[in-house]
Structure formats: C-alpha cells, structure tokens
Design a protein around this ligand. Structure first.
Ligand SMILES: O=C(O)CCC(=O)C(=O)O
Ligand SMILES: [Fe+2]
Length: 294
C-alpha cells in the first residue's frame, strides 16, 4: 500500500465509521483509532489481522478490555500458549502479568528478542495490554525483520541461505527471579530447537530474518567462531534504528505484534526521579505459531 500521508482514514462501510491509521515510523508500526477491541465479529477481526500483517505491530489506546475480553480477542488469532516458565494469573492461566515494582530497575523482555523462539512452534502473535505504567520510561521497541532481510548485505544473505540456527532457552527459566512480583510456574526444563534463519511469514507472504540476540546460539553446521562473528553482524543489522519503531505506553493501551516478523525490546530506562519509583504492569497473552519454514 502506498501512503500519500502518514495518516490514513479508512471507511469501514459495514459500521459506517472511519478508522484512522497513523504510521508510527517509516519502518513498522501503526496506531489505530476507531477500532473497538471488544468487537470480535468476523469483519472486525479481519480488519485487525490485515492491519497487523501489513504493519507488523499495531497499537490501540483507551481500550478498556477486561481479562475475558483480552482472552476472547487473542483466541481469534489461534490457540493460546501458556508461558514456558511464568505462572499465569489466577483463573486466567494464559495471561502473564508482567510486573516491575517501583523499586525495581529491570524490564522483563529487555534485550532484542522474538518471544520463545526456542520452542518448536514459537509464538505467532502477542496481545499486550498496559495496566499501570510509569509517567515516563518503559517504552517498547520493535524492529521489522522483513525489512531487515530485505536490506541485508548480499554476501550475508548468501551465507545464511538454507541455513538453520539453534535457539535455546537456557537462562530464561530464571528470568522471573529478577522480579519480586512475578512467579515461576516451576518448570526449569531447557528447550532447544533449530529454525531456518530466513523464514516465510505465511500471512504476509514475506521472508523474515529469524534469529535473535536473546535466544539464538549458533548457526547449524558452521564453526562456532565463524557463527559467532556472523550472528554478531546480523544482530547489529537487526538493531538498525531505521528498521524500528518505538511505542510510548498510556494506561489501557494494547499492542499486537506479529512475533514471526518483528523482534522487540522492553526498555528499562527507569532512572531515579524518572521512571523509577513507579510501578509498571502489563497483561500479556500469546498465540501459538506454526513451525517456522523457509
Ligand atoms: O513489557 C514489555 O514492554 C514487553 C515485554 C516482552 O518482551 C513481552 O511481553 O514479550
Ligand atoms: Fe518478549
């Protein structure tokens, strides 16, 4: 789609209302107005999915959805996942509550990653809702991995064509220990799976670079040293600022990202007299994905 402007007004004829789509950056992300996330009618879900697959990550503000409504919305994308290591909410095992207490300085999800890429079928999409947010700090960044593949040097492209990488969860089982108010589900099993470095996103039809700094360990069939050097170059490319967008949360905002085509980063800029001293709480639901293929 060609944009004459960064804001589009789209007429939703069935509803007789306008939807507003504002691009968050030139690389990915769109903020949507005029769409109610409580509405899980076929036509509304189709609109949301089309927006997601086009923009890779979409944002909505002032969505006062409760936990049942967040679950209902998420189920429209596919079967839900229970997190490998984090205990879900009482009565809502599929909702992980991400909590940073006022005195804590870490952000769960700090560092570029694709969620649970160590699973055989990594997450397809995440529906993340803000519950309580600091007045400043704690934004989330996304980087478009379809663009990252497109803009990758030809010689690197050649070296990774048909190659797989090992993704491993070691360490992730203890991430929750850094957060006083988050609880482990008791699982400490380590997961390790190989996935193609370049995968096809079946919904966008595009190829996406599918390795990430947090969970990818080594390129299969490549000497460890050579693999480390190549992966380092790829990670540097993935972090290019012109591939990214950044979202500043407000309470009751919802982000939906296509975890196959973006990596993301929760920024822990909670410094004294700024974000530190405030609590940050997010409710997160993940949708199971397919086995990645080339
Ligand atoms: O809290 C955030 O901004 C994102 C955390 C994260 O990495 C996730 O929900 O998968
Ligand atoms: Fe994440």
């Amino acid at each position: 789609m060609i944009y004459n402007s960064v804001v589009q007004l789209i007429f939703l004829c069935k509803k007789n209302i306008y939807m507003e789509v504002s691009l968050v950056s030139g690389a990915c992300g769109a903020e949507i107005k005029g769409v109610d996330l409580k509405d899980t009618s076929q036509s509304n879900i189709k609109t949301i999915k089309n927006l997601l697959f086009e923009h890779k990550v979409i944002f909505f503000r002032d969505q006062n959805i409760n936990q049942d409504e967040q679950i209902n919305l998420s189920k429209c994308f596919g079967p839900l996942e229970k997190h490998a290591y984090v205990k879900g909410l009482e009565g809502y095992p599929e909702i992980v509550r991400i909590i940073k207490e006022p005195y804590e300085q870490n952000a769960w999800g700090e560092g570029w990653h694709s969620d649970v890429s160590y699973n055989p079928q990594p997450t397809m999409a995440v529906i993340l809702k803000s519950v309580e947010i600091p007045p400043t700090g704690g934004d989330t960044m996304f980087s478009n991995m379809e663009l990252a593949y497109e803009t990758l040097d030809d010689d690197i492209k050649e070296r990774i064509i048909d190659k797989k990488a090992i993704h491993d969860s070691r360490g992730a089982e203890f991430f929750v220990e850094d957060y006083d108010s988050m609880e482990s589900n008791g699982n400490i099993k380590v997961y390790s799976n190989e996935h193609p470095i370049v995968r096809t996103n079946p919904d966008s039809g595009q190829k996406a670079l599918f390795v990430n700094y947090m969970y990818t360990r080594q390129i299969v069939g490549m000497d460890k040293k050579e693999s480390d050097i190549l992966l380092k170059k790829i990670y540097k490319h993935q972090e290019r600022l012109d591939l990214t967008c950044r979202f500043k949360w407000t309470p009751n905002a919802v982000a939906i990202w296509d975890n196959r085509s973006v990596i993301h980063y929760a920024i822990a800029d909670f410094f004294p007299n700024r974000g530190l001293g405030f609590k940050r709480v997010m409710d997160r639901v993940a949708v199971m994905g397919e086995r990645p293929y080339q």
